[in-house]
Design a protein around this ligand. Structure first.
Ligand code: ZN
Length: 313
């Protein structure tokens, strides 16, 4: 059994998001409800977070950009580039969400836990250094990885299985040899850029980005095939000492934002494969919620993901 910490914080409900049935507070309520009905409530440590500092955000983002976002939250405007509504509380939600990642790295270093799932919002993987995109304001996984790097982790794997390509994360670590970025996503959908296998890193990090685009309609069997052929050997060669997951659940067949056909068992399978890497390389796991918009599929998939993290095999 692993020691699993689940971060969930009611203050993240106050960030409005998209409205309608996309990136909305109800996502976190559905997750909370499903966790409360599962054995995770007893077996995992459920925790709130402390806000990160501006210095933490500035590990990745330009200070001018951060000021722009803070002002936009203060003015409670609609932010067109990310397609979301902001409120004063969005700034707090953002700092808490990043804070959970920072605290996870600290807890791992203090040997207080083996893995974390951060069920908080806004999500992060589309956010560029100086641009909000796709419901994302700041890049939670990228800031967490930079913080971990600064604190001695030399081989960090970021595995992004959200159905959309993690453009922001890829660009931020494009020429960073200490961070391996892998993205499994549906091809030819948002954000429509730089998501092909030939986009594989630059500078000192050529070959340290692996893009695995899947055609519309791909299912768990297609996933397993590319995983075993491409992803598994790549990770085994890299030998990560920290694994960060951009855990979107919008590749689920019930999700209306995209067209892949994953089911709960596929998230269980991927998580179990990540557990095997963690065991093999003595790496710990920090998993961040990204997308996932069908509330039932999201909640069930999160529970399966967390139960598998907890089991550790
Ligand atoms: Zn997504």
């Amino acid at each position: 059994m692993n020691r699993l910490r689940i971060y969930w914080d009611s203050r993240c409900l106050k960030h409005p998001g998209t409205g309608g049935n996309a990136e909305v507070p109800e996502r976190l309520l559905a997750i909370q409800d499903a966790i409360n009905k599962s054995t995770l409530l007893k077996e995992a440590e459920i925790s709130t977070a402390n806000p990160c500092s501006i210095q933490d955000l500035a590990l990745v983002h330009d200070e001018k950009y951060l000021q722009f976002i803070q002002d936009a939250c203060e003015k409670e405007v609609f932010l067109a580039s990310a397609e979301i509504m902001l409120a004063k509380d969005s700034w707090t939600a953002l700092k808490l969400t990043v804070g959970a990642g920072i605290e996870s790295v600290q807890s791992i270093q203090n040997n207080e836990m083996d893995c974390a799932f951060i069920a908080m919002r806004p999500p992060g993987h589309h956010a560029e250094r100086a641009k909000a995109m796709g419901f994302c304001l700041v890049n939670n996984v990228a800031i967490t990885a930079e913080y971990a790097k600064k604190n001695g982790f030399e081989r960090i794997l970021i595995l992004d299985w959200d159905v959309h390509h993690g453009n922001g994360t890829q660009h931020i670590f494009w020429d960073d040899p200490n961070v391996f970025f892998i993205s499994i996503h549906q091809e030819n959908i948002y954000p429509f850029m730089d998501d092909r296998p030939e986009h594989s890193g630059g500078g000192e990090a050529v070959g340290k980005t692996l893009n695995v685009p899947l055609p519309y309609g791909s299912d768990g069997n297609d996933l397993k095939q590319v995983w075993l052929e491409k992803i598994d050997p790549t990770v085994i060669q890299f030998q990560p000492n920290l694994i960060i997951i951009s855990a979107g659940f919008d590749a689920h067949k019930l999700d209306h934002l995209a067209g892949l056909q994953f089911v709960e068992e596929d998230y269980q399978w991927m998580t179990s494969k990540v557990n095997q890497w963690a065991k093999r390389f003595q790496a710990k796991i920090i998993s961040y919620l990204e997308g996932g918009y069908n509330l039932t599929a999201l909640a069930n998939s999160v529970v399966v993901h967390c139960e598998t993290l907890l089991k550790g095999n």
